[in-house]
Design a protein around this ligand. Structure first.
Ligand code: AP5
Ligand code: MG
Ligand code: ZN
Length: 215
């Protein structure tokens, strides 16, 4: 399976991708996670990316495309991949198509996870993530048993730097202007699927697997 997950910030791309990788055993490639790793390692790429991420803007295409070109050539991508948060605009989508054509592994589907914009602020301000294992929680919807520790591994929970109200607002605007047009892009290629991202996480996942024909 070679899949793009589309959806607004907070739609649940990461949440659903993690459940999919457990089920199908292919890598999740999140450009957001790769960029945050570069930021915390303090690499030159991370330092450049951070200034854009903190404002809720997209990191320049050249940075993201270079990173993805390398990642897609890794051995583990031969059995398939789930792209989470990439592509983010039409230029990235076109570049991705060209890269995958060169590698002889075109996309099977683009799955759009749809959530009304007004639900997203609460999801994002409430998000907490485990530093150790990456498990996600939400103080409003799926709180951990104790405030600052992961239920699974007791790791410390943190809040993302860009999950502040003003930055979230900007991310939602950027999504509407630059990323939402990709729904038409993939529809035009005949590979678009959609699923509602509202409600219970397990029920959404059941719809995701049915829609993808892997349940
Ligand atoms: P990125 O990391 O991709 O963030 P995003 O797109 O803003 O999406 P999120 O990760 O915030 O949301 P998600 O859909 O994964 O939701 P999640 O599952 O966590 O990008 C961050 C930044 O990096 C960008 O702003 C940009 O600067 C840069 N960047 C990244 N990729 C780039 C690219 N390709 N080009 C240029 N720049 C790039 O869920 C959210 C919360 O909701 C969690 O707390 C979760 O527990 C909860 N939740 C999930 N499902 C449900 C549900 N059904 N009901 C209730 N709560 C739920
Ligand atoms: Mg995410
Ligand atoms: Zn943990």
């Amino acid at each position: 399976m070679r899949l793009v997950l589309l959806g607004a910030p907070g739609a649940g791309k990461g949440t659903q991708a993690k459940k999919l990788i457990e089920m199908v055993g292919i890598p999740q490639i999140s450009t957001g996670d790769l960029l945050r790793a570069a930021v915390s390692e303090g690499t030159a790429l991370g330092i450049e990316a951070k200034s854009f991420m903190d404002k809720g803007e997209l990191v320049p295409d050249s940075v993201v495309l270079g990173m993805m070109k390398e990642r897609l050539q890794d051995e583990d991508c031969k059995k398939g991949f789930i792209l989470d948060g990439f592509p983010r605009n039409t230029a990235q989508a076109e570049a991705l198509d060209a890269m995958l054509e060169e590698l002889g592994m075109p996309l099977d589907s683009a799955l759009s996870v749809e959530v009304p914009l007004e639900d997203l602020m609460k999801r994002l301000t409430g998000r907490r993530t485990c530093k150790e294992c990456g498990q996600m929680y939400n103080v409003h919807f799926s709180a951990p048993a104790t405030d600052d520790a992961c239920d699974k591994c007791s790791g410390e929970l943190y809040q993302r730097d860009d999950d502040q109200e003003a930055t979230i607002q900007k991310r939602l605007e950027v999504y509407t202007q630059q990323t939402a047009p990709l729904i038409d892009y993939y529809s035009g290629k005949g590979i678009l699927k959609t699923v509602s991202g509202t409600g219970n996480i397990d029920e959404i996942f059941a719809n995701v697997t049915t829609t993808l024909g892997i349940s």
